[in-house]
Design a protein around this ligand. Structure first.
Ligand code: MG
Length: 440
């Protein structure tokens, strides 16, 4: 039995994710870590409940705990890297309102990998936390980590050049943890800021925490009516940032990643890292700049760890989660906002003009239900030929596109992703993928 899914421990509050689970998980981590652990949370209603339980568990095993309160996940990671031996972030990221979870952070600020998770799980399931002697239970302090984090972001962009532009920016932090950082960061960058949904509220009254195009129509209207240069929105824990151009149009996340990759490679050479599900447009811009892409399994921890191994200059996912290695090895929404402003400043282009520089490609996806995912994937793998990549699922490269078939980690379904140079070809590839999974 696994406690951790693809994104830490997550589920519905007081059904799957309870105070008892947080307490015992924190005791298990504390038994393993024996040091200083930072605990932060996003804005969910159950944040205090789970945070208090996790803090109690850590203190019981003798850890020193630094409660950093409500903060974006990347702000906690930034703090852990320099100040703690581990971290716990109480967050369910982009999941709906009723969810919450615990994300564990390693001493270097990256998310826990599966080996570290297994070590914690082992203690958890054996019910073997080692409680401290009464003289040695831990002590609790509180630290405001946000000023140092905002400063850290500003140090990694040309802040004074951005400030001279006086950008007009509309921000929708979705009542999530980005509310305590991004509006203030933008003000420090001399932007004229308009916010919506920037009041902290764990009921997420205006929109779900996932910043999809369909829930950002208000933001698009505000961008246009205010004559803003751009709009930006975060997910619940602000490790992701998505953008609206000056005309009110949503910017595809893969295109945004391609814009950032192109900009970074114009300044320095080196590998680019992204999961196999990302757009070929990342490769288009990397190869045009004389660089190359290293493809990883899906999941930001894989991207971060491979970036470290190959000394990548930039990496990220096609969902608005971008990793800037000079800053830290994790997705960082505030850093992405600052970097996009830097690109617009240095290139002297509007956001829509930067979008238009990226090659056109068409992506599509679907899912099919499947009883035995492993057997189905084995069958598909043995029946395909040609340029096949099995980094994560089965990805088949064609001259004019690709097809990726991969099993879900948590549900009895198989996902099919395609991308091609024309919409018609993308549709053909999707049909081909559906046919390949027939009878599963
Ligand atoms: Mg997130």
């Amino acid at each position: 039995m696994r406690l951790f899914g693809t994104n830490g421990v997550r589920g519905i509050v007081n059904r799957d994710v309870t105070a008892d689970l947080a307490l015992r998980l924190a005791m298990s981590l504390g038994t393993l870590t024996k040091g200083t652990v930072a605990v932060g949370q996003d804005t969910r209603t159950s944040g205090s409940m789970l945070s208090c339980a996790a803090i109690a568990g850590l203190l019981a095993t003798g850890c020193k705990v630094i409660d950093v309160g409500i903060a974006p996940t990347p702000a906690v990671q930034y703090f852990v890297r320099d100040n703690a031996d581990a971290g716990i972030v109480i967050t369910a990221s982009h999941n709906p309102r009723e969810y919450n979870g615990l994300k564990l952070i390693a001493a270097d600020g990256t998310e826990f990998g599966s080996e570290e998770e297994l070590a914690v799980e082992d203690i958890y399931y054996r019910d073997a936390p080692k409680l401290a002697d009464w003289r040695e239970t831990g002590e609790l302090t509180h630290v405001d980590i946000l000023p140092a984090y905002i400063k850290g972001v500003m140090q990694n962009v040309s802040a004074s050049d951005i400030a001279k532009r006086g950008f007009i920016v509309a921000v929708d932090t979705g009542s999530g943890a980005g509310s305590v950082v991004t509006p203030f960061l933008l003000s420090k960058l001399n932007c004229k800021v308009t916010t919506i949904n920037a009041q902290i509220d764990g009921t997420f009254p205006s929109r779900n925490p996932e910043p999809t195009e369909d829930v950002l129509t208000d933001l698009g209207k505000i961008v246009v009516s205010n004559g803003a240069d751009l709009g930006v929105a975060h997910d619940g824990d602000a490790d992701r940032a998505v953008f609206i151009d000056e005309n009110g149009n949503f910017v595809n996340e893969d295109v945004l990643l391609a814009i950032v990759v192109k900009h970074v490679l114009s300044k320095k050479r080196g590998p680019v890292v992204t999961p196999v599900s990302s757009s070929q447009r990342i490769e288009d811009v990397a190869e045009a700049a004389g660089s190359h892409v290293v493809w990883t399994p899906v999941g930001s921890i894989h991207v971060a760890r491979v970036m470290m191994q190959v000394n990548a200059v930039i990496g990220g996912e096609g969902n608005g989660g971008i990793i800037f290695p000079e800053h830290q090895y994790c997705r960082d929404g505030a850093m992405t906002v600052a970097k996009v402003l830097e690109i617009m400043t240095e290139r002297d282009r509007k956001l829509s003009e930067l979008v238009n520089e990226i090659p056109k490609r068409y992506m599509d996806k679907t899912k099919v239900t499947c009883r035995d995912r492993d057997a189905a994937m084995q069958h598909i793998q043995s029946s395909v030929h040609g340029n096949v990549d099995t980094t994560d699922g089965v990805k088949i490269w064609y001259d004019d596109g690709w097809l990726l078939i991969r099993p879900s980690g948590t549900e009895p379904i198989i996902r099919i992703f395609v991308e091609a140079e024309t919409e018609m070809r993308a549709h053909e590839l999707l049909e081909l993928g559906i046919n390949m999974t027939k009878g599963c």
